[in-house]
Design a binder for this molecule. Structure first.
Ligand code: B1M
Length: 214
């Protein structure tokens, strides 16, 4: 197997046996650790999603895959480029109510933190009420919402409505597999008084956050 195939396989098989040695090797080959995450590791995660959808994997196995992905990201994080300043603004980050998926959100946290943003991560299954309380306390410049389930997309519409009700109009950045730019523009944005932007991945999220803070 090639290095890339082996890296994808660790995620698919849910095993860390040999993972870190191969990540070391990948660091020699790739100039940016993010390419390792977005390339072979994401290929593995997409395969997990496909097998899961096909009923060829059970939740417990997918959890192990998630563990491997998290361990790989944690291993690579110190090698990522980071700026010293944290003056670009504050981002309040959350996975929406009913949703436990947090690998993408955590990646967004790392990328934004490494690039000058102060990130406050509220974690998973965050209700609109918890979000509103945290917004009052933290006074963020941007609210970042993540969600992977189809029902999470709908939950973002509800969240936007609740935030509006609470008089909040801080820009919202949304992302996650169940969302699209179209859904964001047609379903979420009309329910909110402020800007709502869709990010297709963590780097896109950074670009949009930078644009909002300029
Ligand atoms: Co779940 N799961 N899962 N799962 N899981 C999906 C999402 C699913 C598509 C798999 C499938 O069936 N093919 C499917 C959803 C189907 C649907 O809604 N129509 C699904 C399901 C059904 C479920 C359960 C319901 C299964 C069950 O219990 N029967 C259950 C739900 C629990 C709940 O949330 N209430 C469940 C549970 C789990 C695990 C706990 C086992 C585990 C999550 C572990 C964890 O996160 N700690 C898990 C996993 C790992 C997945 C898949 C396989 C991989 C997700 C992932 O981590 N991807 C996923 C299949 C898939 O997505 N292909 C699947 C890697 C990650 C880096 O990508 O999060 O998309 P992602 O983030 C990307 C972008 O989306 C974007 O940037 C990142 C890349 O740079 N992004 C943002 C994300 N958030 C952003 C926010 C931003 C900006 C960009 O700004 C704020």
């Amino acid at each position: 197997l090639t290095l890339e195939e082996r890296l994808a396989n660790y995620v698919v098989e849910g095993t860390k046996e040999g993972l870190f040695e191969d990540l070391e090797q990948a660091l020699q080959r790739y100039s940016d650790p993010l390419q390792i995450i977005n390339g072979p590791l994401m290929d593995g995660m997409n395969e997990v999603g496909r097998l899961f959808n096909d009923n060829q994997l059970i939740v417990a196995e997918v959890l192990q895959s998630a563990e491997v992905m998290k361990a790989a990201v944690a291993f690579l994080e110190p090698y990522m480029e980071k700026t010293e300043d944290s003056s670009k603004g504050k981002v309040l980050l959350a996975t929406v109510k009913g949703d436990v998926h947090d690998i993408g959100k955590n990646l967004v946290d790392i990328i934004l933190s490494n690039n000058g943003f102060k990130v406050v991560d509220l974690g998973i299954k965050v209700t609109p009420q918890q979000l509103i309380e945290a917004i009052k306390l933290e006074k963020p410049d941007i609210i970042g919402l993540s969600g992977l389930l189809v029902k999470s997309a709908q939950q973002m519409v509800v969240t936007a409505q609740d935030l509006k009700q609470a008089g909040i109009s801080i820009p919202i950045l949304v992302g996650g597999a169940a969302l699209s730019r179209k859904f964001t523009e047609n379903k979420i944005a009309p329910e909110y008084d402020g800007i709502v932007l869709y990010a297709k991945d963590a780097m896109d999220g950074l670009a949009l956050a930078n644009r909002l803070q300029r």
